[in-house]
Design a protein around this ligand. Structure first.
Ligand SMILES: CC(=O)N[C@@H]1[C@@H](OP(=O)(O)OP(=O)(O)OC[C@H]2O[C@@H](n3ccc(=O)[nH]c3=O)[C@H](O)[C@@H]2O)O[C@H](CO)[C@@H](O)[C@@H]1O
Length: 380
């Protein structure tokens, strides 16, 4: 039986590794968890929620704006953990600096690396530095777990041996469905995971159509986020029954942009806007299930929304998730205020357009990705 070290540190990585981690352990495998410390504020709550206490934790020094510092520090510290844990396999997910340095440390120790969510590409400079991280992990990994046929094709085009690539779906769908099932079984009440202000907002506006907004990507910091906020202002003014919930990312630059964007909003419209702190995962899934549609630059939210049949307006100029746009479940609207308003208006005004964007099944998977990954890891 192989031993595993899962190396994760950001919110989406933790969510996207959780079901696989639990499954491998349930099957009796020795799986250790390394928390790299990248998203310290939200990580510990997620580890508790999914029942996955880290075996190793890196405490990153105070945030440095230089990516070179982060990369060097993580590589040095992850390398020590890999040496001590001495696993047979290093598991990494996605495209963060934690994932890249985890893969590199595994490679340095001659340990096979499994890359979950392999093969996503925009083919552009953005997202920076994630696009390059993904490519580099592609050069280092032994197993490449691609979520879709397009991701698989991207890897083949880059010369990865086809028999090392496995199309399994995205593990984020496993996580979202796992949470939704537990909510419906009454195993926990997502309202308890919501800030009080959000709970009373949802109770007050229980019959209204709700737009869920998030924006955090580096390329959207500054004017683009202010433009997204301007679109929300216009929509609140134009649709007196529309309500908006925006969990604001903790990054200070994002917080400033959001509050500047809503500075002049009139009181009546302001009362239908709930700016809230980042939500715990079950609260986020419950809110996605409750919303009418979502406007977001988040990759994970696009994927989850598609599994919950919620249309998505993608507030980015390029996407590595073309599958959703091609299937008709999302529209790439960028961050231009008027474009966002126009596309949102189509969803709000035209029932047929709205129904067309509610997909019967997600192009990102069926909730069985972790099961497929574990089979490959055990048998090949
Ligand atoms: C360039 C790019 O697209 N890269 C992506 C990026 O991930 P992202 O854009 O999906 O990141 P976020 O939006 O931060 O996280 C999303 C998750 O967080 C949950 N959530 C969100 C707000 C909240 O208030 N409470 C929550 O619980 C939400 O439901 C979802 O599950 O990096 C990942 C790691 O490498 C990659 O995999 C992924 O390709």
């Amino acid at each position: 039986m192989r031993t595993y070290l899962a190396c994760v540190g950001t919110r989406p990585e933790i969510i996207k590794i959780a079901v696989l981690y639990r499954l491998l352990r349930e099957q009796g495998h020795h799986v250790q968890l390394l928390h790299t410390g990248q998203h310290e504020e939200v990580a510990q709550v997620l580890y508790r929620f999914f029942g996955m206490p880290p075996d190793y934790q890196i405490e990153l020094p105070r945030r440095s704006p230089l990516l070179g510092n982060l990369t060097a520090t993580l590589l040095e510290r992850i390398d020590k953990v890999v040496e001590e844990a001495d696993p047979d396999v290093v598991l990494v997910q996605g495209d963060t600096t934690s994932a890249f340095t985890g893969a590199l440390a595994g490679y340095y120790h001659n340990i096979s690396v499994a890359h979950i969510e392999a093969g996503l590409r925009t083919g552009e400079h953005e997202p920076f530095p994630e696009e390059k991280n993904r490519e580099l992990i592609g050069r280092l990994a032994h197993w490449h777990f691609a979520p879709t046929a397009q991701a698989q094709a991207n890897l083949i085009r880059e010369g990865i041996e086809p028999d090392r690539i496995f199309m399994v779906g995205n593990t984020v769908i496993d996580a979202a469905l796992w949470v939704r099932e537990r909510i419906s079984q009454g195993l926990f009440d997502p309202r308890l995971a919501m800030p009080r202000q959000l709970r009373s907002f949802l109770a007050q506006y229980s019959q209204n159509r709700l737009m869920l907004v998030t924006a955090h990507r580096r390329e959207n910091w500054g004017q683009p986020i202010r433009d997204i906020a301007a679109a929300v202002v216009k929509l609140l003014n134009a649709y007196p029954e529309l309500v908006v919930v925006w969990p604001v990312h903790p990054n200070p630059s994002v917080q400033d942009d959001v509050s500047t964007g809503f500075a002049g909003l009139a009181a009546q419209a302001r009362s239908r806007l709930c700016l809230t702190q980042p939500l715990d995962y079950p609260a986020m899934i419950a809110l996605l299930a409750r919303c009418y549609f979502s406007l977001t630059d988040s990759g994970g939210i696009q994927e989850e929304a598609s599994a919950l049949a919620r249309p998505v307006l993608i507030a980015r100029h390029s996407t590595e998730r073309q599958e959703l746009v091609q299937a008709g479940g999302a529209c790439l609207v960028g961050t231009d205020t008027q474009r966002i308003v126009d596309e949102a208006a189509k969803l709000l005004d035209d029932e047929a357009t709205y129904r067309r964007m509610q997909l019967p099944a997600s192009p990102f998977g069926d909730g069985q990705a972790a099961e497929r990954i574990s089979k490959v890891l055990i048998t090949t």
